[in-house]
Design a protein. Structure first.
Length: 242
């Protein structure tokens, strides 16, 4: 299933790919590649690898992230991640903030880049919303899909690289990173293990439902092994697109 509509029958990867090309209208134009995964899986490190790999092949590449990517969207990101304050953020307000930031990001960065033929590599996109707000917060997928349709108007990633590893190991990496940087956990990083298990399950369910777009990378191995696998899968797609 490649349209997030549970009432429509599942289709094969070729049908999903053709539909995505028709919706995005990006034959011969830019490509949107996203990196997804829970906390501590290494998205930032591997995003830089993907960006460098694409630039070495002569592509103009825009590296960006969600939530964020523009000054106003980054302000919304701070609201979403700030653990301070006595007022809890309602899950519905959280969901709407995510899509408000996405709307601004699409209008100011992603769509203009794709229209001029640039390739966009984004740290998280809509799959994260289904994983965190859907799986983690328990918001119905149908409600998320309504906002997705309204804000994105059919635009979906051409390729999503899902970095996956067991939650406990990912949390150990997160602790090590925060200790090394001297940082503190943000609002999401403070969630309990059950939240992150639900996020991981939601990500893997989406990958299973759309294997033509989402590629699962086992992120628990050593960095060199992970990056070799990631680049091999990326190169497979680059050959298919050429």
């Amino acid at each position: 299933m490649c349209n997030n509509d549970p009432d429509r029958p599942a289709r094969d990867a070729g049908d999903c790919r053709r539909e995505r090309l028709e919706r995005n209208g990006n034959q011969g134009k830019g490509r949107l590649i996203t990196l997804e995964g829970g906390e501590g899986v290494g998205k930032s490190t591997n995003l830089a690898l993907v960006v460098d790999h694409l630039r070495a092949r002569g592509h103009e590449v825009v590296a960006t992230r969600e939530p964020g990517g523009t000054p106003r969207a980054e302000a919304m990101r701070r609201l979403l991640l700030d653990p301070a304050g006595e007022e809890p953020l309602d899950p519905d307000a959280e969901l709407l903030l995510v899509f408000a930031a996405r709307a601004q990001h699409l209008a100011r960065v992603i769509r203009p880049a794709l229209e001029r033929g640039a390739w966009v590599v984004c740290d998280r996109f809509t799959d994260a919303t289904y994983a965190y707000q859907g799986g983690g917060r328990g918001i119905e997928a149908a409600r998320i899909a309504e906002l997705e349709a309204f804000v994105q108007q059919g635009l979906t990633p051409d390729l999503t690289l899902l970095l996956d590893m067991p939650m406990a190991a990912a949390q150990q990496r997160l602790v090590g990173r925060l200790q090394g940087e001297g940082g503190e956990r943000d609002r999401f990083e403070r969630e309990r293990g059950a939240f992150f298990e639900a996020v991981r399950r939601a990500y893997l369910a989406r990958a299973e439902a759309d294997p033509g777009r989402m590629v699962v990378i086992a992120a628990g191995a050593g960095l060199a092994e992970v990056q070799a696998e990631l680049l091999a899968r990326l190169d497979e797609r680059l050959v298919a697109w050429s």
